[in-house]
Write a protein that binds this ligand. Sequence first.
Ligand code: NAG
Ligand code: NAG
Ligand code: NAG
Ligand code: NAG
Ligand code: NAG
Length: 733
Amino acid sequence: MKWFLLVLAALVATSASAKRLRDRIYKDLNSVSFCFRRTNGTHQFGCTSDPGGNAGVVHLIAEAADVDFLVERGEHGPYVAAFTPQTFRKEALLRLRQSDKLAGALLLYPDPDDLDKDLEKLFAGPPAAFSDDQVCPNVASSLYFGTDDACDEKWNPRGSGLMYEDFDFPVAVIRGSNTTRLVIEDCYRAFNEPLQDGVEREWPLCAMELSSHMYAAVDTETCLRRGDILNLVNPVKFCDEMGDYNNFLFSAERNSSNGAKEESVIVVASRLDTFTLFDLNEFGGDSPVTGIVTALELARMLAKNPPDFQSKVTNVLFAFFHGEAFDYIGSSKLVYDLNNMQFPDEANPLLFPHGQQPPLSLNEVSMVIELGQLYNVNDYEKLFQHVDKDFRHEELLQLMRKRSQQNDLSMSLSGRRILPPSSLHSFLKSRRDVPAILVSDYDTSYTNRFYHSIYDDAKINLDYKKSRGTNQPVVQRIGRVAQTLAEFVFEEASGPNALMPIFQPNHTLINELLSCYLETASCPLFLAASNEDTPPFYSAVSPDSPWPQYVGVDFKAQFHGILTRNVLVYLTGTDMNLTAPDCKADSDQNVYEYVFIKGETTPEWWDNDVSCKESPYCGYCYRTLSFRRRAISPAFSGDFTYDYGYGRNYSAWAESVWKTMSARVFLKASPSLEHVHFAVGMIVMLLSFVLVYLADNNTDKLFPNAVVIGTAASSGSSSEGNGTSVATEPTHL
Ligand SMILES: *[C@@H]1O[C@H](CO)[C@@H](O)[C@H](O)[C@H]1NC(C)=O
Ligand SMILES: *[C@@H]1O[C@H](CO)[C@@H](O)[C@H](O)[C@H]1NC(C)=O
Ligand SMILES: *[C@@H]1O[C@H](CO)[C@@H](O)[C@H](O)[C@H]1NC(C)=O
Ligand SMILES: *[C@@H]1O[C@H](CO)[C@@H](O)[C@H](O)[C@H]1NC(C)=O
Ligand SMILES: *[C@@H]1O[C@H](CO)[C@@H](O)[C@H](O)[C@H]1NC(C)=O
């Protein structure tokens, strides 16, 4: 009966080595970003995997024919289709989805400069055009909703609408060149690439497992409600309302203790955000960065040479709206607050006895100028003014054009008298007669070929690189727009006796700002604008890439918005010459705020052992008329019960909760072989039960000398233990 012990030992040994083998053949992938699920008031969008992840055989889609191959001939599915930027198309995804052979999809988008010749060809460049957004962005919240003007002609003709699809499999992007190489060379080419004659290779094949299971489903109302119900027993969230903060800056101090009088305010608006299909890949060159940088430079110039406000106009409000890409979250909140007399805060003499900003009303907005998309390599080398068909102030348009001519900037009135998607819709939906002008780089449809996609970047879409200096077209363009609008606003907001100052755009500054928003957030200007609430002193170090420009759901640490506010303070605030501990504005007023930021040099008062560079408490205290207010949809304000189904009054976007997002590759044996393994495992298990039974009954023969020490029962239970561990092993194979 010695053979029995040998078999047992062998089984234990193989089970252990199978475990080690498993660890060896799974390879985790880094730098993978996933598409995730969002909901609006009535629909769900995005991507999800099964709870345990989806796995499929990797197949490269290098040309259109590869899609045909999978759909018509592929026999080793389900597949994970790996696309190149040239082949990643909505039509291909939909076709594969319909074939039911897709476990997941992958876009490989490495920097071609990091690849060797052989792979470089595959990733030669971006597609000719691509946009994740719809042909009519934000159509559901358009001023023209329900009429022909809402989406008769397409503002975004390259819009694929991919963001508005609902995929029940994971979709992800890989941007690292090492990971791309691993997927293409070590996985696909080594095991899967069909043979010369187009015949599929045989098992084992290289497969990929993508895990990105989403908790939210159906629509925002449903997922919030589901979360609420379960919250009572078990604090699980299924989704979060989207939103962040708007940044604001007034040009002139507002203090109602000095007597409240009717105001007349020019609003200069820009948007802070963009979206793309993939998490943490929201960087937009033409939209929103050209607008943000222009607004910052304009604010700086007007802070240096403010209007005298001796005309009808009493103030200028700079507004940086967040969440505009999702049905105008930020601007709809401002308009809601204006209508409810709670911007910037409700009147409250008890809370602010020493100075309160009078609540502003929408009727006191005398004009809104919005800075839209302002430069891309494909535009007409000129700008366009857009207005609604009810606009009645031609003289404003002419004055702006006159100023632009003087600054060598070609500007004309758009051929379509309909407002393109813009924050202006939020204003006009509530008060149609606000004079509202959008300035942009397109006439009747976007010149931006990459609106709301990962290709709207510095290199491809703006042809920008900081090291090329201040003569780059995008830097010059922004300088001209800022100067033109500074003169225009100054003229509108000053009395007849005011002398027009010389507004000098700082091209060095514009160049640095572009670099911070598009190349790397660890840039000198963001460092100068940092403090204890921002990197590198708080939370993460600044990344090599820019900060994502997605509105998100986290109201604490969206550094894109926080740093934009700090830069605004840095460029427009007044240095109070105070130390960090003393940098506190009186809390019984809301007229101004104090913000401590690092600055570029060591202040005189600093005499500390720590070098200034390393301390967030070494810097400058600025008094500022800027402030942040929540950008959250009025639908979520809790002030009223929102009708999600009717829905078009306010944004109702929510983002799903997820637990993991991960990707790994492994060698997959033939499914029939897996069945054999399982069957063998079952047989081994049954066999081991039989053996244990036999052993139990033959203990005296097996261990002839153990009569005194062992009992039948104890030796039986120990061998049973081994039996179980062997028996469970086959499920791992
Ligand atoms: C990519 O691989 C090379 C060579 O193995 C290595 O030197 C480099 O650090 C890797 N890059 C990244 C970003 O991991
Ligand atoms: C606001 O105006 C009142 C009255 O002139 C003044 O006493 C108060 O200090 C002002 N508040 C601020 C914060 O400037
Ligand atoms: C322009 O901006 C740069 C970068 O912030 C700054 O160093 C320089 O002093 C500015 N130039 C002028 C004339 O203000
Ligand atoms: C949600 O999005 C879909 C697709 O764009 C749209 O048809 C629908 O009207 C939207 N719902 C709301 C309430 O905006
Ligand atoms: C939508 O807004 C309009 C105008 O502000 C209002 O009259 C209407 O009652 C609102 N509808 C819903 C369903 O909230």
